[in-house]
Ligand binder design. Structure first.
Ligand code: VGL
Ligand code: ZN
Length: 207
């Protein structure tokens, strides 16, 4: 087994609704589960994020008359992709994938719980200004390096990685431990943005 990683592993949104059969299924989303479980043993510290929307959330297409999922809407904080209803608080879809190893996670950060604003990033809501509290938690605990894995690569993982860089964390994304939605070129755009921001990339079996 590879040596221990000194960073903290942030496991993003590995929830039923993002896996095959879920409301916003990411292609092969469940394939990350065994990879992340193995990766996780290389870390002394891990946190989980959990997309956690109230029913009728403003990111749901069903909350916008005449709109269909994957169209966009203009929100006060910018353009928002409208999603199928997903990860409703307390639902089975919002639960972590049943095979995800969650017991050793030190924190579960829930996001997207404010009705009027979505939150892709683990650090800030989609206005890029309202904090989730994760930065303060990591800074207070003395972490300066984060490693990200999970779903979806081009939304919640990428937004989290970009914010982590903006906050000054050394940031690595484990590419084979992520899967993408890939909506209208979103994966290529996310990869370019992360590369430009100085995000590092590795695979799960790399030392
Ligand atoms: C996500 C779309 C909507 C994600 C969450 O976890 O990437 N994507 N909510
Ligand atoms: Zn969501």
């Amino acid at each position: 087994m590879a040596k221990k990683d000194s960073g903290i592993l942030i496991i993003v949104d590995v929830q039923n609704d993002f896996c095959p059969g879920g409301a916003l299924a990411v292609p092969q989303g469940d394939a990350v589960v065994p990879i992340i479980n193995r990766l996780s043993t290389r870390f002394d510290h891990r946190v989980l994020t959990q997309d956690w929307h109230p029913a009728g959330h403003s990111s749901f297409a069903s909350s916008h008359a005449g709109k269909a999922p994957f169209e966009t809407a203009d929100m006060p904080y910018g353009t928002q992709v409208l999603w199928p209803d997903h990860c409703v608080q307390g639902s089975t879809g919002a639960a972590f994938h049943p095979d995800l190893a969650v017991d050793r996670a030190e924190l579960v950060i829930r996001k997207g719980f404010r009705p009027a604003i979505d939150s892709y990033s683990a650090f800030f809501e989609n206005d890029r200004a309202t904090p989730t509290g994760l930065a303060g938690y990591l800074q207070e605990r003395g972490f300066d390096r984060v490693v990200l894995a999970g779903l979806a690569m081009d939304f919640c993982v990428a937004f989290s990685a970009l914010d982590a860089r903006r906050l000054g964390f050394a940031t690595t994304v484990v590419t084979d431990a992520c899967r993408a939605i890939d909506l209208n070129g979103s994966l290529a755009a996310a990869m370019a943005d992360m590369t430009a921001a100085g995000v590092g990339f590795m695979t799960a079996d790399a030392a």
